[in-house]
Design a protein around this ligand. Structure first.
Ligand code: ATP
Length: 600
């Protein structure tokens, strides 16, 4: 089991930390507690019905005063009808507040976690499938568990205290029996709670790994089929499934033991209370309205039982919460609840998104309507930048004893190909240039100015990076091309220009809805590898970047598409500093000014 940064706290503190998630929902919580308080008071009042029934029975035989008897009858019916209606309202309100707190806590957690993950520049250390599982499944477990458990616990507390107070006043001997039963249940639950939470953490981790394995396999579905790995992968999935099952079974056993002790304790309490109650009635110490006291004693014992059961649930939930905090080394728990009210402007978010979507379906036809048009051409008049790596060193955190060193000079407007054996550091150099990684020492200089002095915005504005597996989003062709090009000309005129430059226009025109055709990100899109890569290239050149990086950009496509793209690049690469990484040096030769060897 992975030892997370948050797993060493003692359980009481864990629960306190968990409860902090409720802090921003103060208003809902106070309202919820009031409702739960009233609901519990109603429950405690309920045994009073026995007294009223006894009175009604008396009146039934009072033939002399028929009118009074009818009135009283009516009064009691109205009273208990009202109690039922109130109970109905309070029950509904409690459920609504429960769910709403859970929704809001979950929303805050997801919002903070997502922001944190997106803020990471070097995402290589993040396990995306595990994270998706945490964002959906584990957050739901924590938020629903927390809000529901707390209210049930409060109700348990009120009925325990109320029942105990009633018994201590009206039937003190029964209090002793109920307390003894509560003590037995409490002891076992606290003892087993610790083990239960440990098993729950393991089970949650195995379930996360199961999601990871399944997503990985579904993504690599084609490769698995073609490599005759189906049986092996089925076996791997099954093995992980059984690993989860093993932990889930351990947890179930522990839970069953706990539940058994609870049930046993409950039965013991019931028998003890009944036995004692009957004895007290028989000896004339208690009046025949035994049911009233009996119910109060049961309230007290079951309230205690509920509190203990919920304590166990909270320990489990806190354990899952700790695994969520481990998703990111810099995620502090306070970030999950110390945020402004997210829901304040949520309708605005949705309506802005709707407006944007509508605009994207009707993009401006020409550049006059688009912001940033001038900016686009302003920087295209400046000569493309020169780049030098001066004794730049980098070591990956998990490989600190192997340091990569770079000394490179790329002149303004050059089209260079970075060459070197696998592992020589080509991708690392590009990540350093795009500030996704920061050098351990040395300096990268762009046009005479250190890159460290330029902010990330500069990179976003002046660099386009095309990777081997071009990313296509669940959106139209038009949206895919303008992606990441805000502030630049996004008119149809300009998008068509970019598509023509990357030899994409013709096949887009042949699609059913042309530039408004919907594409899919999961690979089920009707695009070929070459078509996908041409759309990605159109996206990269729309903003007319000063530095263009092509990292194995044509590796996955057929040779005819590659020839077309390289031909298009002759035009595209003008007035830019271009860095190409490709193993197919021969194909790029006509385009290049130089080849730089990284292993020298
Ligand atoms: N996220 C990482 N964590 C640890 N080490 C890494 C990481 N990424 C790369 N490395 C190591 O850094 C070295 C350079 O890797 P890099 O990917 O930059 O090489 P490359 O020349 O691009 O290789 P290829 O041609 O195979 O893509 C390799 O030894 C690799 O093992």
């Amino acid at each position: 089991m992975q030892e997370g940064k948050n797993q060493k706290k003692f359980f009481g503190k864990d629960i306190m930390n968990l409860l902090k998630l409720m802090v921003p929902e103060k208003r809902y919580c106070i309202l919820g507690m009031t409702v739960v308080g009233l609901n519990s008071a109603l429950l405690l009042y309920l045994p009073q019905v026995t007294t009223d029934i006894a009175k009604l029975q008396e009146l039934k035989y009072d033939q002399e005063n028929k009118e009074k008897s009818q009135k009283t009858n009516m009064y009691y019916h109205l009273k208990w009808g009202g109690v039922c209606l109130l109970g109905m309202f309070l029950g509904g309100a409690r459920r609504f507040l429960n769910t709403q707190i859970s929704n809001r806590v979950g929303m805050r957690m997801r919002y903070a976690m997502f922001q944190k993950l997106m803020s990471t520049r070097d995402n290589q250390s993040l396990h995306s499938q595990q994270l998706v599982h945490k964002l959906s499944n584990d957050v739901s477990l924590v938020s629903t568990g927390l809000s529901q458990d707390i209210f049930i616990m409060i109700r348990g507390f009120i009925t325990t205290i109320g029942g105990a107070a009633y018994l201590s006043y009206y039937a003190f001997p029964l209090l002793a029996s109920a307390s003894a039963a509560a003590a037995v249940m409490g002891g076992s639950a606290i003892l087993l709670g610790k083990y239960m939470s440990q098993f729950k953490v393991k089970e949650t981790q195995e379930l996360g790994s199961l999601s990871e394995v399944s997503q990985e396999m579904l993504q690599a579905h084609r490769l698995i089929k073609l490599s005759d790995m189906e049986q092996k992968e089925n076996q791997r999935y099954s093995a992980q499934l059984f690993r989860w099952y093993e932990q889930a079974t351990q947890f179930s056993k522990m839970q069953a033991l706990n539940m058994g002790l609870m049930e046993g304790g409950g039965l013991y309490a019931l028998i003890l209370i009944l036995f004692q109650g009957c004895y007290l009635v028989a000896t004339g110490h208690l009046d025949p309205e035994l049911a009233k006291y009996f119910i109060q004693a049961v309230y007290m014992a079951s309230g205690t039982r509920v509190m203990i059961a919920i304590y166990n649930e909270l320990v489990k939930t806190a354990a899952i919460y700790n695994t969520i905090l481990d998703i990111h080394p810099n995620l502090h728990e306070s970030e999950l609840y110390n945020q402004p009210d997210l829901t304040k402007n949520y309708r605005e978010y949705i309506s802005q998104d709707d407006i944007l979507k509508a605009q994207l379906l009707n993009p401006p036809q020409n550049a006059e309507h688009t912001k940033g048009w001038q900016e686009l051409y302003e920087h295209s008049t400046i000569p493309p930048p020169s780049i030098s790596f001066k004794n730049v060193q980098y070591s990956y955190p998990n490989h600190e004893n192997s340091t990569l060193t770079f000394n490179l000079q790329i002149n303004s407007g050059e089209i260079v190909l970075l060459q070197g054996p696998s592992g020589s550091g080509k991708t690392t150099a590009l990540n350093l240039l795009t500030k996704l990684l920061t050098p351990s020492s040395g300096e990268i200089v762009i046009d005479g100015e250190p890159l460290s002095k330029k902010d990330f915005k500069w990179i976003q504005q002046h660099v386009s990076y095309v990777q081997q597996d071009g990313i296509i989003f669940n959106a139209t062709v038009y949206e895919n091309i303008i992606y990441g090009n805000h502030g630049y000309d996004q008119s149809m005129e300009r998008v068509i220009w970019a598509a023509k430059m990357s030899s994409a226009h013709d096949f887009i025109e042949n699609m059913q809805n042309k530039y408004q055709t919907k594409l899919k990100s999961d690979g089920t899109t009707s695009l070929s590898g070459g078509q996908k890569q041409r759309i990605v290239l159109a996206r990269a050149i729309l903003k007319n970047p000063r530095i263009l990086i092509l990292d194995e950009a044509t590796s996955n496509i057929d040779s005819q598409s590659e020839t077309d793209i390289i031909q298009a690049l002759t035009q595209i690469c003008k007035e830019k500093t271009v860095i190409i990484v490709s193993h197919k040096i021969e194909n790029y030769k006509p385009l290049l000014t130089r080849v730089i060897n990284l292993d020298q």
